[in-house]
Design a binder for this molecule. Sequence first.
Ligand SMILES: Cc1ncc(C[n+]2csc(CCOP(=O)(O)OP(=O)(O)O)c2C)c(N)n1
Ligand SMILES: [Mg+2]
Length: 302
Amino acid sequence: METKLLELPEKEYLLPGNRTCAGCGLSIAFRYILKALDGEAIFVVPASCLTVLGGMYPVSSVAAPWLNVSFPSTAASANGVVAGLKALGKTGTTVVAFAGDGGTVDIGIQALSGAAERNVDMLYICYDNEAYMNTGTQRSSATPLGAKTATTPVLGKQQHAKDMIGIMEAHNVGYIATATSSFPADLYDKIRKAKARTGMRYIHITTPCSPGWVFPARDTVKMGRIAVDNAMIVLLEIEDGALRLTGRSRRMAQRGEPKPIEGYVRAQQRFKGIGPEHLDVVQQWVTDRWHSYVKRDTALGG
Ligand SMILES: Cc1ncc(C[n+]2csc(CCOP(=O)(O)OP(=O)(O)O)c2C)c(N)n1
Ligand SMILES: [Mg+2]
C-alpha cells in the first residue's frame, strides 16, 4: 500500500531554519526521512551540504543524534556505531550512514563496499545532487554526461553517471531503492520499509540542486518530477533481488514510454550548449536503462 501525502505524520524532527540554500532538495528529502524514522536514528555524516544543514556546534537544525565523520569513513564509522549499540544491548535505533554522491560514489565507496559485503546492520542513504556542491559544483562520478561543472566547464562531463544500483546489487544488498525529494510519500514508504529490515539497506535519493544545476529555486520539486517523467530518475526498489518500479515510474510503465529528456535538459543551465551528439547519447542511455528495469519487473509483464 502506498502512503498518501496527507497521511504522513505531522511531527517534525527537522527544526525550522537551517543553513541550506533556498529551494534545497536535500532539505525536503531529509524532512521526510526523519518522519519515517520516528526520530529513532543516529546519523553518521561526512563533509557535505548535509553537514551545513546540520549546523555548527553548539546549535543544530535536527532533533536527532548526529556524528560528523571524515569523508571516506562514513560506512566504517557507522559500523562502529552499530557495534557500540550492540555492545550496550540497545535495539530499536536505526544507524543511518548519510552521505552525498561525492562522499558515496567516489570517496566513501571502499568503506561502503566493505560494510555491504559484511551485511552490517545499517541504512546507507546517498543523496545525489550530482556533483560536489558544497565546494562549488565539481564533477563527481554521479554527474550525468554533458553536464557542465566547475571541473568540466567547456564541453561538460564526458562520462555517464556510475551505476550505483548495479554496484549495490553486486554486493547482494537485501534492500535497495531509488527515490527523489520530489515524491516524498514514495520516499517515506521506502525509508519505512528499510527501517523494518536488518542488514545493509541502500537508498539512493536524487535531490535537485538549484545553484548547481542552475534553475530557479522555486522549481526544485518540478525538476525532480520532470526527471521522473523523462526517466532520468527511475523510482524502484529491489527486495532480495526482485525489482519493482514504484509510484509515478510504475504508473508510467503501465501507460507507455517516458517523455524525451529534452524537457529536462532545457530546463537547466548546466546543460546549456549541449550538442545533439551528447543529447542523443544520454537519451539512448536513459531509454536502455528504462527498458532493462521494466523488463525485470515481472508484475509489469516484463
Ligand atoms: C578529505 C576531504 N577532502 C575534501 C574535503 C572538502 N569537501 C567538503 S564537502 C565536499 C563536497 C562533497 O560532495 P558530496 O559528497 O557530493 O556532497 P554535497 O556537497 O554535494 O552535498 C568537499 C570536496 C573535505 N572536507 N575532506
Ligand atoms: Mg553532491
